[in-house]
Structures are given as C-alpha cells and as structure tokens.
Design a protein around this ligand. Structure first.
Ligand SMILES: NC(=O)c1ccc[n+]([C@@H]2O[C@H](COP(=O)([O-])OP(=O)(O)OC[C@H]3O[C@@H](n4cnc5c(N)ncnc54)[C@H](OP(=O)(O)O)[C@@H]3O)[C@@H](O)[C@H]2O)c1
Length: 353
C-alpha cells in the first residue's frame, strides 16, 4: 500500500537521486569516498562521493545502522537526548547532536538538510503523536532546497492491529487497536507527506520486534532481567513478529539502492513464533554454552498460556514477501533460532568478572 503516491513524482525523485552535494562549506563536511555496493567484479571498489546519513534517534537500530554505513565510508550524523550519549557517539566517530524533538533546534535542522539521506527512528509519544511532526511546517521550510534525496521512517507492525492470526501484508486494512498504534500510523502518513512535499524518495518500514546483539532473549536471561508486565502480556500471544537488527540494515541498504515513492515494507523474519518458545530455545542455548561450566541459572518465567486478565488479543502474522521481492533482501536470520544462535556464538563469556 502507498500513502497516495503522486503520478510523475517518482521520475522527479530519480532525477534528484543523481544530484551531487553543492553545500555546505567543505571544512564542515570534508569530501568522502563512499562505497555503496562493495567491491565490483573487477575487484575495484565502485566509488560514490558525498553520501551522508542523518539519523534522528541514534538508539539501538540507529547505532547499528550507523556502524554499518561508517565502515562503507559514509559520513554519519545523528541525534540523541543526552550529553553523555553525544560524547559516546562522537567517540565512535559520528557527528552527534543533543536534540529534543518536541522543541527542535533550527541549527540541527539546517545541518540535517545538507545530508543526502535521513532516517527517522524517534518513536511517537502518547497524547502527542510524533514529537517532531508537531513542527511539520518548520521542517518543510528548513529542509527544502537542501541535499536530501531519501527519507525513511521506522514504523511498527503494530499498526495492523488484530487480524485474528491471519497473515497480513502491506495492503491489508489497517486497524490499530491502541492509541500508540494510531499515533504510529499518523506518523507514517506525516513523514510520507513531508517527503513528498520535499520531492524526495520515501520509504516506510514496519518493523517487527527488534532483537540483536545486546538486546535479545539471551541478554534478558544473562542479565537476569524479569519480564516487564507488557512483556508478560505479549508472551501469551501465539504469534510475534520479530527481526534481527542486521536484517533491518539489509533492508535499509537495499532501499538506498532502490529508492521508492512512498512504498511501505514489512520488515520481519519468516517465523512469527510465540515468545515462550523463543525463551525456551534461548535458555537451552545459554545452558549448553555456559552451564556445562558448572553454572546454575534462574530463568525468567514466561507464561505459555493466556493469563485471564490483561490478555492481548492482538494476533497477526506479518508477511515479508514484498521486502524479499522488491528489495531483494535475503534474510541473514530467517528465524529467531539462527539469530539467537549467532548472538550466543559471538558472545564472550558474560559471567567472567
Ligand atoms: N523495539 C522494538 O521492538 C520495535 C519494534 C518496532 C518498531 N520500533 C521502533 O523502531 C524505531 C527504532 O527502534 P529502536 O529499538 O532502535 O529504538 P530506541 O533504541 O528506543 O531509539 C529511539 C531513539 O529516539 C530517541 N528519542 C526518543 N524520544 C525522543 C525525543 N522526544 N526527542 C529526540 N529523540 C528522541 C532516543 O534518544 P535517547 O536514547 O537519547 O533517549 C533514541 O535515540 C523506534 O521508533 C521504535 O519505536 C521498535
């Protein structure tokens, strides 16, 4: 499903994609040589100059994607909400800005506009909606006539609401069941419209539950974190869509190669398994890797049956065919099993002090 694509605008986008950065001053943005596609068949790296990603919200996905782009030669900038995080991001080699989406600083918007690519990873807030879209006229005026060519918004599969467990693709009717999901949908539409007004490529990515190194069932077990009430509630679902952060990056990279005109993509793996099953698998991985060394573990209790109160009736299985077909994504982690196995394999002994 598109959010009202305008005829002829894709051609405009394609024309703009080929454009070079002309501003701002070279001392602020030194020339870079970026490799978009990796080594060519003749072993020579195809070079594309001046590709710059601005990430609004350098959180879990933002940082993972930033690292991926940086090692390909991109210049990456992004925002966070604290000075401590800004310092950390700068140490990692990024231009970082403390930024409050409720009160956006025009200086940061002006910097943003001289990037070629913009990823929005700031979630909506209850009662407010997307905090930055409260200022959409300001955004429109400050981001116009810059170098932006590509805008992507990280959304959530929660917008689909409840399908009674049926498979849902991007054309499935949207029936958000919560205030937050309705805000998500409004944010999708708002960012999509803004991108259209700026005449740049726009993609909306509906993500399943995100996991990866440092944020997974393995980490929950190792850190001995109890499940939160909302996690317990979601545990009772028959189906939970999830996606490894590395596969989100694959999809984002693919859409940079194939920019679209307000296309929506579900970004989930092939196996919408229940959380209890995932935790059982994770517990076995932890046991077999570390309990053999004489350790005892207490594992979080994950309910396998529906609790009588606070039952989440939101059941759906999210289809990822468009992501594979149109973006050509071949999932590195098609199921939670391969994803968790890899996280465990890469993990050094977390119990050594
Ligand atoms: N986690 C999931 O399973 C899941 C599933 C589907 C979709 N999503 C969505 O996908 C996106 C990326 O997920 P993620 O897990 O990488 O998120 P995340 O780690 O929570 O990162 C969110 C980023 O947004 C920033 N932020 C939050 N409120 C802000 C505000 N008012 N002003 C400025 N910045 C603000 C945060 O800054 P600080 O960290 O400095 O506060 C952080 O950098 C998010 O929109 C998330 O809601 C998540």
């Amino acid at each position: 499903m598109e959010v009202g694509a305008a005829p002829g605008s894709l051609r405009l986008i394609q024309l703009r994609i080929g454009r070079r950065i002309s501003n701002p001053s070279p001392s602020f943005y030194p020339k870079v040589r970026c490799n978009l596609k990796g080594a060519g068949s003749n072993g020579v790296e195809p070079i594309s100059q001046n590709l710059r990603m601005f990430i609004l919200g350098m959180g879990f996905v933002g940082q993972y994607f930033a690292a991926d782009l940086k090692q390909k030669g991109w210049v990456v900038s992004g925002t966070c909400t604290s000075t401590a995080m800004k310092m950390k991001l700068e140490q990692m080699g990024y231009d970082a800005y403390v930024f409050d989406a409720n009160e956006p600083q025009v200086e940061v918007l002006d910097i943003m506009k001289y990037h070629t690519h913009l990823l929005i990873s700031i979630p909506p807030v209850p009662d407010i909606g997307d905090p930055l879209l409260q200022h959409k006229e300001l955004l429109k005026s400050r981001l116009r006539d810059g170098n932006l060519q590509w805008l992507s918004y990280l959304s959530s599969t929660r917008v689909y609401g409840d399908s009674g467990g049926a498979w849902v693709d991007e054309d499935h009717p949207i029936m958000p069941t919560s205030e937050l999901a309705r805000s998500r949908l409004a944010a999708e539409e708002g960012w999509s419209r803004l991108g259209q007004d700026l005449e740049i490529a726009v993609q909306i990515f509906r993500l399943g539950g995100i996991y990866g190194p440092g944020r997974s069932a393995i980490d929950t077990i190792i850190k001995k974190e109890p499940l939160s009430p909302s996690q317990r509630k979601r545990s009772s679902r028959r189906y939970t869509s999830r996606i490894h952060v590395s596969d989100i990056c694959q999809a984002l990279n693919a859409s940079i190669e194939k920019p679209s005109n307000r296309r929506i993509y579900n970004i989930v793996d092939d196996d919408p398994a229940p959380r209890a099953e995932v935790f059982k698998f994770a517990q076995n991985l932890v046991k077999s890797k570390w309990q053999d060394h004489g350790r005892e573990f207490t594992f979080p209790q994950v309910p396998e049956t529906l609790p009588s109160e606070g039952v989440s009736t939101e059941e759906k299985r999210v289809n990822n065919a468009r992501m594979k077909l149109e973006l050509g994504v071949k999932l590195r982690y098609p199921t939670y099993k391969s994803g968790l196995q890899d996280i465990t394999d890469q993990m050094s002994d977390p119990f050594v002090s």
